[in-house]
Design a protein around this ligand. Structure first.
Ligand code: SF4
Length: 554
C-alpha cells in the first residue's frame, strides 16, 4: 500500500501536474520520487513496518529484516541500527551503511512536553536494565534513548511502554517528531500560558496519523509559555512561544523555519498571535503545507526552512491562511527577552502553588536504568509523582514541599545528580557520538564528561553561564552552532602530522538573548587530547578581558 500522494489534500489535486519535476513538491503535481528515500516512503508507509516487526522480524531475528525497512522505515518507530563496535571514525565515510550496521538498535522513546510520571520512569528504567544493557540517555529533545536493543525484544518493550502511556511512534523518520514543551508547564510562578492542552491535542490528531506520516523530512516542533523561552524555539520547524496580546491576553507567537545541521537558520516569526485552543489547527496547517509544498528532490534541501527561505515569511503566512486555515490570523507581539541565560530549570524553584520544583544535572545527559529507577523512588517519596525532562539533557522533580527539598537534593546528590552543579556540568551537552552513532567521527559522551571534570578542577572560580556543545560529526544533534563553544567532531592532524580525533571550533553562538550562530574560527581545530587545555585558555582569557556585564558571546 502507501503511494502516499494519493492521500494528498485538495490543494494538491486542484493543481495539474507540472511538466517539470522541479523540487518534488506534491502540491505542484510532482509525485515521481526523486531520490531513494522518497521511493522507500512511496513503496510503503513507514508506520506499516510495525506489523512486520511484530509478526516476522521479532520471531525470525535480525537477518530476516528487509533492507528498506532496516535502514528506512524502522525509524518511524524510533529504531536505528547502532554502530558496530570498534570501527574508527576514519571509516565512517568510507564504509557502506551495512558494514557499519550492528545487529542491535538504538530505540528512542518520545516524551512529548518532557512529562513523565513516576510509574512511567520506573518502566523506562526497568526496560533499560532488562533489554538495553542498562543504557538510557536523556536527549536534548526531552526523549530517552536506549542502546543494545534486540529486534526480538521490541514488541515486549512496546507493550510495556504503551501500558503506561508512552510510545516510540514517529520518534524518528520523516515525521512529526516529539513535541517539545516547557519542562515547567502548568507549575512555574512566572508562566505566561500553559501549552500542555495544545501538545496533547496535536499528539491526538497528528502522531501516528497516516495523513502526516510521509513528510519531506523530519518536522520538529515546540510549545512553551515560559518567559525563559526554554524549548530552543528558534531552531524548530514550528514553535509556539507564549506572549501576552495587549487586547486578547495570553496566547502564542508562531515561529517557522528554524533548524540546524547544514544551512542553519533561526526560525522566523509569522507575526501572528494564536490562542491556546487554535494552536493545534495552526500546527496542522503548517505540517500539511510542509507535506504538500516541501521539497522532495534533495534530502539536504528538504527541511521546511528552505521553503520558508525561498518563499519569504509573508508568502508562507498567506498560503497557510488561504489554503489551509481558510481565515486570517490575528497579528500579535513578539516574545519578550528572557531575563536570564540559563533556561534549564536546574536548581530549586518555587511553583505557583507554593511547592517547589527541583532541577538536577546528570553529566551530558547520561544516566542508566538503575539510576532512573532510583530517581523515580526519590520523586515518589518527595513529590507527587511527576517529573520532567529538559531540552538541555537535564531532569526535574515537581511538587516538592519546602520541608522535603533538602532531603530530595541530598538523595539526588548521592546518585551523582547535582542540584547545584558547576557551570560546566550545567552547560555541557554531548550527542551520541562514535560509541553508537553510525555517522559519528569522534567520541563525545565520555569526552564531554571528562572535559567537565577537568574544567571543574582547573577553573573552580568560574561562575558565568556557559554552553559547551560536543558533536560527533558535522550534523548538529547537540546544537553545535548555538553554543558559546561549539565543537564539531572531525579528524584533525596532531603535532606529529597523524590523523586523530578532534574538533572544529565554533565560538559565540547563543539562543535566547541575542540568538545567533557561532563563528567558525578559521583553521581553529583542536585534537580531543588538547581539548581541556584549549577550553581552559579561552575561558581564562574571557575572564581576564571581559568588560562589566559582558557575556561570553559578545
Ligand atoms: Fe551522530 Fe553526528 Fe548526530 Fe552526533 S551529531 S548523534 S555523531 S549524527
Amino acid at each position: 500500500m502507501a503511494a502516499t500522494p494519493e492521500r494528498a489534500p485538495a490543494a494538491t489535486t486542484r493543481r495539474k501536474a507540472g511538466r517539470h519535476r522541479g523540487e518534488g513538491q506534491w502540491a505542484k503535481g510532482h509525485f515521481t520520487p526523486l531520490n531513494p528515500n522518497e521511493q522507500t516512503k512511496k513503496d510503503d508507509d513507514g508506520l506499516n513496518v510495525r506489523t512486520r516487526i511484530e509478526t516476522i522480524y521479532a520471531h525470525r531475528g535480525f537477518d530476516s529484516i528487509d533492507g528498506a525497512d532496516l535502514r528506512g522505515r524502522m525509524r518511524w518507530w524510533g529504531l536505528y541500527t547502532q554502530r558496530k563496535p570498534g570501527i574508527d571514525g576514519g571509516k565512517t565515510a568510507i564504509l557502506e551503511p551495512e558494514e557499519l550496521d550492528d545487529e542491535y538498535f538504538m530505540l528512542r522513546v518520545r516524551i512529548d512536553g518532557g512529562r513523565l510520571t513516576v510509574r512511567q520512569l520506573r518502566v523506562i528504567g526497568e526496560i533499560s536494565q532488562e533489554f538495553a544493557r542498562g543504557t538510557a540517555d536523556i536527549t536534548d529533545r526531552q526523549n530517552i534513548q536506549y542502546h543494545w536493543i534486540r529486534i526480538e525484544d521490541v514488541p515486549e518493550i512496546w507493550r510495556r511502554l504503551e501500558e503506561v502511556g508512552l510510545s516510540t511512534t514517529e520518534a524518528c523518520g520523516d515525521t512529526p517528531r516529539v513535541i517539545l514543551g516547557s519542562p515547567v508547564a502548568g507549575i512555574a510562578e512566572d508562566e505566561i500560558i500553559d501549552g500542555t492542552p495544545a501538545i496533547d491535542e496535536i499528539h491526538r490528531r497528528i502522531i501516528g496519523n497516516p495523513a502526516f506520516s510521509n513528510l519531506p523530512r523530519k518536522f520538529k516542533s515546540a510549545v512553551s509559555g515560559s518567559p525563559l523561552l526554554d524549548v530552543a524555539h528558534e531552531i524548530n520547524d514550528i514553535a509556539f512561544v507564549g506572549v501576552e496580546h495587549p487586547e486578547h491576553g495570553p496566547g502564542f507567537d508562531v515561529w517557522v523555519g528554524g533548524g540546524l545541521s547544514t544551512n542553519p537558520k533561526i526560525g522566523q516569526r509569522l507575526g501572528a498571535w494564536v490562542p491556546l485552543d487554535e494552536v493545534p489547527d495552526v500546527y496542522e496547517g503548517v505540517v500539511s503545507l510542509f507535506r504538500d509544498y516541501g521539497y522532495r528532490r534533495l534530502r539536504t534541501r528538504a527541511r521546511i526552512k528552505f521553503l520558508v527561505a525561498d518563499w519569504g515569511i509573508e508568502r508562507f503566512r498567506e498560503v497557510l491562511e488561504e489554503e489551509y486555515l481558510q481565515r486570517r490570523l490575528l497579528d500579535g507581539p513578539a516574545p519578550g527577552q528572557p531575563v536570564e541565560r540559563w533556561r534549564d530549570h536546574v536548581g530549586v524553584h518555587r511553583q505557583k502553588d507554593g511547592r517547589y520544583y527541583v532541577g538536577f544535572a546528570p553529566r551530558v545527559g547520561r544516566v542508566d536504568g538503575t539510576v532512573l529507577t532510583k530517581i523515580a523512588e526519590l520523586a515518589e517519596e518527595h513529590g507527587a509523582g511527576r517529573l520532567r525532562t529538559t531540552v538541555e539533557q537535564k531532569m526535574i522533580v515537581l511538587d516538592v514541599e519546602g520541608s522535603r527539598v533538602e532531603s530530595l537534593s541530598a538523595g539526588l546528590e548521592a546518585l551523582g545528580l547535582q542540584v547545584e552543579p558547576s557551570p560546566f556540568r550545567r552547560g555541557t551537552m554531548a550527542c551520541t557520538g562514535i560509541e553508537f552513532c553510525k555517522l559519528a567521527i569522534v567520541e563525545t559522551k565520555a569526552r564531554g564528561a571528562s572535559l567537565i571534570e577537568e574544567l571543574e578542577r582547573r577553573l573552580p572560580e568560574f561562575d558565568e553561564p556557559i554552553t559547551i556543545n560536543v558533536n560527533g560529526c558535522p550534523n548538529a544533534c547537540a546544537r553545535i552552532q548555538v553554543a558559546d563553544i561549539g565543537l564539531k567532531g572531525q579528524l584533525v592532524l596532531d603535532k606529529d602530522g597523524n590523523q586523530v580525533e578532534g574538533f572544529q571550533v565554533h565560538l559565540g553562538g547563543a539562543l535566547g538573548l541575542e540568538p545567533g550562530f557561532g563563528r567558525k574560527v578559521r583553521g581553529l581545530k583542536v585534537t580531543s587530547a588538547e581539548l581541556p587545555d584549549y577550553v581552559e585558555r579561552v575561558l581564562k582569557r574571557f575572564l581576564a578581558e571581559r568588560a562589566d556585564g559582558e557575556r561570553f558571546a559578545t
